[in-house]
Design a binder for this molecule. Sequence first.
Ligand code: CU
Length: 474
Amino acid sequence: MQRRSFIRIAIFTSLSTQVFAKEKKIKFYKSFSQELNFPDVLKPTIHKNGLKEFNLNLKESQVSFLQNVKTKTYGINSSFLGPIIKVQRGDEIKINVLNSLKEKSVLHWHGLHLEGNCDGGPNRSIDPNSSWTTQFKINQRAATYWYHPHTHEKTGEQVFKGLAGLFIIEDKDSNKADLPKEYAVDDIPLIIQDRRFDNKAEFLYKYSMHDVMMGVKGNIFLVNGVIRPYINVSPKTIRFRILNGSNSRFYSFEFSDKRGFYQIAGDASFLEKPVEMKSLLLAPGQRAEVIVDLSDLKNKSIYFGDSYSDESLLKINVKDEKEQKFILPSNLTKIHEYTNIKDLSSLKRRVFTLNMSMGFLGINGRKMDMSYINEKVSLGETEIWVIKNPGRMPHPFHIHGCSFRILSRNKKQAYLNERALLDTVIVFGNEIVEVLVQFNYKASKEYPFMYHCHILEHEDAGMMGQFTVEDKTI
Ligand SMILES: [Cu+2]
């Protein structure tokens, strides 16, 4: 039998069933008996002028995550999570977001470059049974982005209920790259989330100060909305587009046989060259694309799991077919952004200190306040943002409306696999991370951009600030 590194495979079903057995006969499906779900790729209406129009509908629904019982959920065009919006660089797109929920919501296009008034943030909300239309042009690099609610003080709860989806951009580099590209065959999205359920099998969200401070974590793991699914693939190179879509949990992803794999992309661009890895750390909000050679596993299985929780998340069954040779691209792109800065000392520096003490979460001593603009940035100017974490808990720091590059991590260079363009960076305890960042899209005080911790309970509790981007030349 194959050696397993995730020891909880065997005991999972019996242990977890016991928890619920006292209250109700709630049972899990047999581990790895359900096939991985693949979100639909949303078909746009293509207008004569090339405009691609997408329709999203936020709605209440229910899902049988567990046997013989349904859990109340939120979904976007489906019962849990949303479809993939897939576009090419250069596309002009229009998105109509209909809110069929009984509460206000709004969608944020995480990682996208667009004006503040085209994005969704706490300053905008879509009333129940109303819709919001946004239109913008895609002018940024190929990568796996995503969308999720950014509703004032309700982001964590609405994401937990199921509102999130992938937003994939392709460009010249990604179209010509020698990489697996067949959706759901060898180009596979993995949205990783954790949930906890109450004794009626409903999602159990925030209920204590501990949840606010430490973030809501679940003991049950979902991949694309399915608990412990399996996937069947050919013995070849497989590309995974991984989103940590959890509210607060960090993961260290690896394969059960400890095989190496290559990270090819970060949040907002390819890496220049593939980076060989044994494990991949992702904080909430972060994405990575990896390729792994499974050509040696004909008629065998391995698991994709998380070494922090010691959980197997996905069983990968490799078909009994002729193996296909692994191709490792030597170069993926050239990252020219932020490379022509001659004098770093001439750049404006802004310091963001992440504050966390008993009952207080903020940045630079302030809680998020919608009526207060924390920073005013000049359009097109490159700055250094210095993010300080004097505490112990790591925080993923996310900035809207841009892609940045790490300049230094505790005075050292960024790790090899975080040298892509990013929109979310982990700042570990007692660390100072400096990023080079440029804003090329305006944001007014009515619809400012946000910077915040992507532990959603921290964000909702106030570890967030607002900034405008204004053209100072006019
Ligand atoms: Cu945080």
